[in-house]
Design a protein around this ligand. Structure first.
Ligand code: BJW
Length: 231
């Protein structure tokens, strides 16, 4: 029974209408990374950061999982071994598409984090600057997302599964951000077959044993069909 680890990035949600980061008109063309995706940016201008994530929360609430999200859920349901999806995305389209064995390594838009006591709680509408933590009552709520310089979530569990992976796929991620961009090297060390699925080859593309190019809503369902047939 084989173990499959799938890393996803913004590209898998692009056809659901969610903006990617590094496209010409993507989020980083509209906002300075330092301003909205670092702890220093949040300390300097919390309202700018809270508004940025409130806007994205609204955008995601109006989006639906696409054929690629659903195909990964089907893979998890029908594959005879383990399937772990590690997403860098903060949207909830994987879970709404049916994936259960899922790690949000860069956090989640629908969660708030207390910067004082680390308590987490669900958040559906707008977050306010200085919102109170329901556990410790301090006015220290922040978006529950991983900014540059912060430690991504559940790294021990991710590296444990990567270390015994038979197959690793990276879908819709540009390979610009570590540690996620290093997962292909870790899976290769474990002896896994690796595939990059993207619109175009990325800067880490040469590290994969194979590649499939095209829009995720077409390539991912076809790739899942192929894996399930070989089960
Ligand atoms: C399609 C498609 C379609 C489009 N179909 N495909 C120097 C060297 C190495 C590392 C560092 C360094 N200096 C600093 C670092 C560390 C730093 C880092 O990596 N910096 C780089 C910029 C160099 N990393 C960190 O700080 C991380 N923490 C850390 O390293 O802790 C220490 C540690 C050490 C060792 C082990 C463990 C930990 C934290 C990184 C946090 C990233 N945060 C963000 C924001 C999260 C919240 C939010 O969403 O706002 O995460 S930044 C942003 O980038 C977001 C994304 O998850 C992440 C990755 O982006 P992604 O998903 O790849 O999107 P794009 O837009 O780049 O690419 C989209 C792709 O889709 C493209 O390829 C398209 O072609 C494709 N596509 N449509 C298929 N239809």
């Amino acid at each position: 029974m084989s173990t499959i680890v799938i890393l996803t990035g913004a590209g898998i949600s692009a056809e659901s209408g969610i903006e990617t980061f590094r496209a010409e008109t993507g989020l980083w063309a509209q906002h300075r990374v330092e301003d909205v995706a670092t702890p220093e940016g949040f300390a300097k201008d919390p309202k700018l950061v809270v508004d940025f994530y409130n806007g994205r929360r609204i955008q995601v609430a109006g989006a639906e999982p696409n054929a690629a999200h659903k195909a990964l859920a089907r893979l998890e349901a029908e594959h005879t071994g383990e399937v772990l999806v590690v997403t860098q995305n903060v949207d909830d389209l994987h879970e709404r598409g049916g994936t259960r064995n899922l790690i949000h390594m860069h956090g989640a838009l629908n969660s708030a984090l207390c910067a004082g006591c680390d308590h987490r709680w669900p958040i559906a509408g707008d977050m306010q600057v200085g919102q109170q933590c329901p556990a410790c009552s301090a006015p220290t709520a922040r978006p529950d997302v991983v900014w540059f310089g912060e430690m991504p979530y559940e790294m021990d569990r991710i590296f444990d599964v990567l270390g015994r992976a038979d197959f690793f796929a990276a879908i819709g991620t540009s390979g610009n951000v570590y540690p996620a961009a290093g997962f292909v090297a870790e899976a290769t060390r474990a002896g896994a077959d690796t595939v990059e699925i993207n619109m175009a080859p990325t800067i880490v593309g040469s590290e994969f044993t194979s590649s499939i190019m095209g829009p995720a809503t077409q390539t991912v369902p076809a790739w899942v069909d192929k894996i399930l047939k070989s089960n």
